[in-house]
Design a protein. Structure first.
Lengths: 151, 151
């Protein structure tokens, strides 16, 4: 069954330049952490915080192109975890046809927030998520990292 | 008049994390340097060198979406320089209609190389380009930066 996710925030580890996007299941307390690159993390954080950069970022360009072409993104789904890599699909409506395009979760999330469409995942992904890794990662952060980077 | 540009390479300054894309006018010796961020520079370099990352990068996703939707990118044009910022337009054909979408030159170039479409600019942009800045920037690089980063 699909589980709706809310983007809770983006945490950054300034030492390693990795960032983690925290996605919280709407109907439970569980969190799905997804590690992303610094640029993708920033693209998500800007959208969450409503920051409009002076020049469109790549995901803004993608949104602009879709809107110019009157294409509607319906939803994005984080579909699976394979070898610690997360996979996602973007669902796009074009003339009544629903297309799915393979994407990295970071791109899918950055686009979903900009286009105000829901993000889903499956029970299976939640079972396979690496919660232990998140705990270990969080332990290394200092309190100020939270203050600076959560949305 | 439009001037066709060939992407000559991407140079990186490891100290500042800035990269410069060198665009050479097809019919002259002049070079148009465009400064880009590290991620955009890498996105251009990967496409130039035919490197296919395991997971699609954001510009690969954009290309995949356009191809899924049977949309053709016709060309990109670097249209103007204002306050040292470069502007570009992406021309997209949709059902016989030509749409233009505003983009950063880095995104426009990263997409153009992936979709094998020409990149143009104007005489006016060439007149306004900051060749002196490039010379100053190049002087600071050591020879090994060239070996590592040109295509």
């Amino acid at each position: 069954m699909d589980i709706k996710l809310n983007v809770q925030g983006v945490l950054a580890d300034p030492k390693t330049e990795t960032q983690v996007v925290l996605l919280r299941a709407e109907d439970k307390k569980e969190v799905l952490p997804i590690w992303v690159g610094a640029v993708e993390g920033t693209a998500i954080k800007f959208a969450l915080e409503g920051i409009l950069p002076a020049r469109p970022m790549t995901h803004d360009l993608l949104k602009n192109i879709l809107e110019h072409l009157r294409l509607r993104v319906q939803k994005v789904i984080i579909t699976e975890i394979k070898n610690n890599t997360y996979y996602a699909l973007i669902y796009i409506e074009s003339d009544g046809t629903l297309l799915t395009v393979d994407a990295r979760p970071s791109d899918a999330i950055a686009l979903a927030i900009r286009m105000h469409v829901p993000i889903y995942t499956t029970d299976e992904v939640f079972r396979q998520r690496s919660g232990d890794d998140l705990d270990a990662w969080l332990e290394k952060l200092s309190p100020k990292d939270f203050g600076e980077h959560t949305a």
